[in-house]
Design a protein around this ligand. Structure first.
Ligand SMILES: [Zn+2]
Length: 388
């Protein structure tokens, strides 16, 4: 991973390079970045730069022995630690992360270094199991600390999702984190600093990795994913600064289109009812019911996705009605539909709408009859949007 290929602010990258070149980089950094940001890529690129035999122009060379090993994430001085579940048999003092290294590398390459924790949990097939960085992982780090680096250069530990480190593990690491051997770099990556033990926090230097801007995401979608200008702009607008989300949205594009059609049918019926409760033909409840039946057949995952989608559009309706278009995060098709119904959304109905969506999602996940949930949701929506 070259520094030039990391999607973070170039000033921030320059600062890091200057610190490394002038040997002033702290030995323990905590990089704080949201899921889907490029903080993992940045850590690998920094490690590669630090170990490169021939760095130039503020980046690694890409051709030396060390860089070639980094390309496959197989440099012996690069240690990747990540949340795992102890399902595989491990001997005492064996690092559990290392047991899952092949899966983790594949995960990194599959997602172009933009890591999302929920994706990893799914990949590990442990929906019901808590993943953690455990005491054996940190024991491994401590034991490595006293060994010599393979290349006589730096030893680098990238600890991804440091907030998943359990207390025993964190305590095991403290002393090494504070007084490592020479030429050791700890890069702890986390999304939320308040879930990290204060003893770890106080031993690291905090660096915030900004969210990706809409513009950066748009450009990469055009260059890397070969999307058209319009598609890229639409997806960038709703990806909330996460490239992981943007890539997932490309896959879901057809689902989004289908959801928007459903939204339109639902809102047209509800708003026609509010405007004229006796005009049954225009309310056309049968059509709404028919579409709900279709959605129910698609399964509970799709139903929850739809409710989450509704919630996002409701939020945008409110933004549009209260603050105008500037803050709205929507595709151009969505924007058109939102404009039709925005006048029904006020600050008064914001909380009840949120509640209705959450309750419906809760019931769907609890296996309540989906037809009943959606019928109830529809009538609630009528009531909520009637009170302005
Ligand atoms: Zn190199």
């Amino acid at each position: 991973m070259f520094l030039k290929d990391v999607f973070v602010n170039s000033e921030l990258k320059k600062q890091f390079v200057n610190l490394i070149d002038s040997h002033r980089l702290s030995h323990a950094l905590l990089l704080l970045g949201k899921s889907g940001s490029h903080s993992f890529a940045l850590s690998v690129a920094l490690a590669q730069y630090l170990c490169c035999e021939n760095p130039h122009d503020g980046d690694s060379c890409g051709v030396c022995n060390s860089c070639r090993m980094f390309e496959n994430l197989q440099h012996p001085d690069l240690h990747l630690i990540f949340p795992n579940c102890g399902t595989k048999t491990v001997k005492a003092n064996e690092c559990e992360s290392r047991k899952f290294m092949n899966e983790f590398r594949t995960f990194v390459f599959d997602h172009h270094y933009h890591l999302d924790y929920n994706e990893w949990v799914r990949r590990m097939n442990s929906e019901n199991k808590q993943l953690a960085i455990n005491i054996r992982d940190c024991g491994y780090i401590v034991s490595q600390n006293s060994t010599r680096a393979y290349s006589n250069g730096y030893k680098i530990y990238i600890i991804w999702k440091a907030e998943q480190m359990n207390n025993d593990a964190a305590n095991k690491l403290l002393k090494t984190l504070e007084e490592p051997e020479n030429k050791t770099l700890f890069l702890l990556l986390a999304e939320e600093s308040d879930r990290i033990l204060p003893t770890i926090l106080s031993r690291t230097q905090l660096v915030k990795i900004p969210q990706l801007t809409e513009e950066v995401i748009r450009q990469h979608l055009i260059e890397d994913e070969q999307l058209s200008d319009k598609e890229a702009a639409d997806i960038a607008a709703i990806s909330e600064g996460s490239y992981v989300k943007a890539r997932a949205l490309i896959q879901e594009n057809s689902e989004l289109h289908h959801f928007l059609t459903l939204y339109n049918i639902l809102l047209r019926s509800v708003t026609n009812f509010i405007k004229n409760p006796n005009d049954l033909a225009r309310i056309d409840y049968m059509n709404v019911q028919k579409n709900f039946d279709g959605l129910v057949k698609e399964g509970r995952e799709a139903q929850k996705n739809f409710l989450n989608y509704l919630f996002r559009l409701f939020r945008n309706e409110l933004l549009l009605s209260q603050k105008g278009g500037a803050l709205v995060k929507a595709t151009s098709e969505e924007y058109q539909v939102l404009s039709e119904y925005k006048d029904f959304f006020t600050l008064k109905n914001a909380t009840p709408l949120q509640k209705a969506c959450n309750t419906a999602i809760y019931h769907i996940s609890r296996n309540v009859n989906s037809n009943l949930v959606f019928t109830d949701f529809y009538f609630q929506l009528r009531n909520i949007l009637s009170t302005k």
